[in-house]
Design a protein around this ligand. Structure first.
Ligand code: FAD
Length: 390
């Protein structure tokens, strides 16, 4: 493409979605500028990298796509075009040497998130991408530039976006679903003694249920309640339940053991001199598990094996709410699907795309978030480079 006919693509927001849009547009021959309100780029990736940068997930594509609980139509074509295998190949080219963890999660083996972001920024600079830090976006303008907006949701506003774009979009007449916390902890009222002993302790190998959906994993006790994979995965159900009433989670502390077998085991492991707690631990219940059983019964644990087994299979934990959005892993909600075409472009504002968490899809942790951001960014960057500037 001749320099004079090259479109100028301005990408605003330097998270995974924006940086990938910049790479795709520059690789397709566009002149590209990336702006961010922060002084440095890729900060959300650095934050995500603190707990291990889970880039995508290794599983059959149909299963993968089924993880998007809302807005699947917004991300599916982009993910099909740039699937998990392509994300791995892309990261490996940056030197990540990705590997699949035991749960199917894909991580870089060779480098930390800092090195990956650095390598990525070098690649973008080599492609001729210009960077404009400390440049906030505060509204649509009417230049003929092609603009890819990648402003993120509203979680961790001290690092990423604060969702202030929502008001700008609504004022311009676009439908935006409210941004709400997703992949967030739940608030549970723990007693002080439980927190003193068990704050930060995981409940190992349990199954958490609400409204007929069950997810296994290791939720962790926090000062505010419970955090971790199973809680995040149940988020959409918990949100729906909270909209109706004050719901309870049910924790199965021995998911591999049917209730009758657990009762049998409890009967067989009782020693006359044992305290109740020692007896329960002897039957395979970890101390933190016994503590939440006590909590659920107001410290009046039943003594019959059948009632104890029934309790251990379904400890009720009343949930007060979802943790606030500023500590959530991601945001649900965003620009409504009807506003966006198959490339991520705003139908009523040709030349402007929205990518990543800005649009109204939701998924659990496990690599599905970054994957959707990279895929939608890539799709929009490619389309922005291809659209002729008027
Ligand atoms: C602690 C934590 C751990 C995580 N771990 C993982 C993980 O392992 N795997 C995974 O898949 N996902 C993970 N996530 C989620 C993942 O980081 C996000 O889904 C992803 O970063 C969203 O990408 P994005 O590009 O849409 O937006 P963001 O990454 O939020 O980037 C938005 C960018 O836009 C800029 N911006 C916002 N508003 C403006 C404005 N008005 N003007 C200019 N610039 C603006 C922000 O400064 C920011 O740089 C994690 C999130 C957190 C908080």
């Amino acid at each position: 493409m001749e320099a004079s006919s090259q479109p100028h693509v301005v990408v605003v927001g330097a998270g995974p979605a924006g940086l990938m849009a910049a790479e795709a547009a520059a690789a397709a021959g566009a002149r590209v500028t990336v702006r961010d309100q922060r002084r440095s780029f890729g900060r959300t990736l650095l934050l995500a990298g603190r707990s291990g940068l889970n880039l995508t997930h290794d599983e059959p594509l149909e299963t993968f796509l089924g993880r998007y609980s809302t807005g699947r139509e917004l991300v599916e074509p982009a993910i099909r075009a740039f699937p998990p295998s392509a994300v791995r190949a892309w990261a490996d080219e940056l030197g990540a040497d990705t590997f699949v963890g035991s749960s199917g999660r894909v991580f870089p083996a060779a480098m930390r998130a800092t090195a990956l972001v650095r390598a990525w920024l070098v690649r973008l600079a080599d492609l001729g991408v210009a960077f404009e830090p400390a440049t906030p976006w505060s509204g649509f303008d009417d230049t003929s530039e092609h603009t890819v907006l990648a402003l993120g949701g509203a979680s961790w506003p001290q690092v990423g976006g604060d969702g202030s774009w929502v008001a700008v979009f609504r004022a311009a007449g676009f439908a935006v679903d409210p941004l709400v916390a997703s992949n967030a902890g739940v608030e549970v009222e723990w007693s002080a003694p439980l927190l003193d002993r068990f704050e930060g302790t995981p409940l190992k190998n349990v199954a958490v249920s609400i409204d007929g959906e069950t997810v296994r994993g290791e939720p962790t006790i926090t000062a505010a309640g419970l955090e971790g994979g199973p809680i995040y995965a149940l988020g959409p159900r918990i949100r729906a339940a909270l909209a109706r009433a004050r719901p309870s989670l049910e924790i199965d502390l021995q998911p591999d053991l049917p209730e009758a077998d657990l009762a049998h085991r409890l009967a067989g492991r009782r020693r006359s001199k044992d305290s109740l707690s020692t007896w329960l631990r002897r039957a395979g219940l970890q101390p933190v598990a016994v503590a939440i059983m006590r909590e659920a019964t107001d410290n009046r644990l039943p003594t019959s094996v059948d009632t104890l087994a029934a309790l251990a299979k379904a400890v009720p934990l009343p949930v007060r709410g979802i943790a606030s959005i500023d500590r959530a892993i991601s945001s649900a909600g965003g620009v409504a699907a009807a506003e966006i075409d198959e490339t991520g472009m705003l139908r009523r504002r040709p030349g402007t795309w929205v990518v990543g968490e800005m649009s109204a899809w939701d998924a659990p942790t496990g690599g599905y978030l970054i994957q959707a951001c990279l895929s939608t960014g890539r799709r929009a960057g490619t389309a922005a480079a291809a659209l002729r500037a008027d």
